[in-house]
Design a protein around this ligand. Sequence first.
Ligand code: ADP
Length: 243
Amino acid sequence: MLSIQNVSVTYPNETEKALSQLSFNIKQGEFVCILGRSGAGKSTFIRTLNGLQPVTEGSIHVKGANVRQLSEKETRKLRTGVGMIFQHFNLIPRLSVKQNVLTGRFGQKPAYQNFFGLFSKQELSLAEYYLKEVGLLNYAERRVEHLSGGQKQRVGIARAMMQEPFILLGDEPVASLDPNTSKNIFKLLTTLHEERGLTTVINVHDVDLAKKFSSRILGLKKGELVFDGQPNELTDAVYNEIY
Ligand code: ADP
């Protein structure tokens, strides 16, 4: 599904690499958590996967296609299949929950159709389907600004699912949430993953969440891959190496 080969990223005017010579594959249906200290390169890595961050060296193949060699049109098409959830949710506060979820569909529509009211019946019922799945159907008409953090992230997840993604990426999606809410968000993510075999790649600070919910953990340190294994292989020694 994803093949990362010798990938390095150096930001303009920086001498140190934010990512250094990463090489590994991610298979269809894996639930991968990426651990590392602040500044380790986790966010940079996630952004390379959806094409928001170009790589300086190496290559990323997504479903067999070299991301660097795609045309603009092909890149846009690829991105519509990449769902993304964010630490600060990136929702539109004054719009309703349902309207925010529907914006997940924008990538699939020609620009002139990007107005509310132009969603098909199918899309409207798909939005309701995902709102039900994330437990927010009763909040559909409520403005997002009135929701709690955990509810906002559920909207973010429903919006990503509206893209009917082949992969779901998360850039610290629970870093702004309390421990219990974080756990519930991870439970929801594993349900979506298990029901659909949805490939999921999430950055997370909390080692316990990664150990409990992922099928594989990648550890980054100063841009380098220092651990790649199953949750039960993450021993205290490995933990000390990553942190
Ligand atoms: P993490 O997500 O693990 O906290 P990041 O990917 O945000 O790590 O950052 C990795 C490294 O790249 C850090 O040294 C950070 O300072 C640097 N960095 C991140 N974004 C930029 C940027 N836009 N310009 C320059 N340096 C950056």
